[in-house]
Ligand binder design. Structure first.
Ligand SMILES: [Fe+2]
Length: 250
């Protein structure tokens, strides 16, 4: 498996190029406009990979996505959860769907909470094991934290419902083995996380099970109360960025 994290430290955003070296196919997850669509094409070409899927773990509100530009250059549609309210044509993904790259695959789990359309991708390399080796958690589970529930709809009832969804999604991710690596969409000072978001960009399910304060909360009400009490201010221009990423600027 070829696995290349591509980071933008200025905003604390992570994107990923995941490929199968044998078959030469790759997918890109959460490409960033700050890095530029071409950087993903070049990185893939350097590895002898053809990008066959561009996936967003959710519609982002904190940074400008390069997903549509990249997909257009490749002549494909962006892949998003079927729940994404995007204004452009996209490839709708459902729980359990598998993006098959050959020996490497990405299975989709719907993990709503941060947004209704949030997904996680379980990455397996069958030359090593059928078991997922890593999970790209988007804004569902962070290193030391979980995603904020207030960016898709900031009304009080919606935020509370989203926080309860986030609880269920985090608990679902905890069904994975301790050895599973986690690669979230954000780290460091990102405004998509809370006060406990770590600067380390990756972790494991086992480490988060043991040391992530939100993972350890077993009562959904307590989880919701703590998540809301610890919210940071929303990212600057969040509504406008989300609207652009939804294609509502067209
Ligand atoms: Fe986000």
């Amino acid at each position: 498996m070829i696995f290349i994290p591509m980071w933008d430290g200025s905003l604390g955003c992570s994107s990923y190029l995941v490929g199968d070296s044998a078959g030469g196919k790759a997918l890109v997850v959460d490409p960033l406009q700050n890095l530029g669509a071409d950087s993903y094409i070049l990185s893939a070409a350097e590895q002898g990979l053809e990008i066959v899927a561009v996936v967003e773990t959710h519609v982002h509100a904190d940074h400008h996505s390069a997903a549509r530009e990249l997909a257009e250059k490749l002549g494909i549609h962006v892949s998003l959860s079927h729940k994404a309210p995007a204004a452009f044509a996209f490839n709708p993904l459902h729980d359990g769907d598998v993006i098959d790259l050959g020996y490497v695959s990405a299975q989709l789990w719907e993990t709503p909470g941060h947004t209704p359309d949030s997904i996680s991708l379980l990455i397996a390399d069958t030359t090593r094991s059928q078991e997922p080796w890593a999970v790209l958690t988007g804004d569902s589970l962070f290193v030391g934290d979980v995603g904020r529930p207030d960016l898709a709809d900031p009304t009080v009832d919606a935020v509370k419902a989203a926080a309860r969804d986030q609880f269920q999604s985090v608990q679902r991710l905890m069904n994975l083995e301790d050895t599973t690596e986690i690669y979230p969409a954000h780290y460091g000072a990102s405004a998509c996380g809370g006060l406990f978001l770590n600067h380390k960009p990756m972790s494991t399910i086992g480490f988060e099970r043991k040391w992530n304060r939100f993972v350890q909360l077993t009562d959904p009400e307590e989880f919701t109360n703590q998540l809301l009490a610890l919210l940071k201010p929303p990212p600057e221009g969040a509504a406008a960025i989300r609207s652009e990423n939804l294609g509502q600027d067209a």
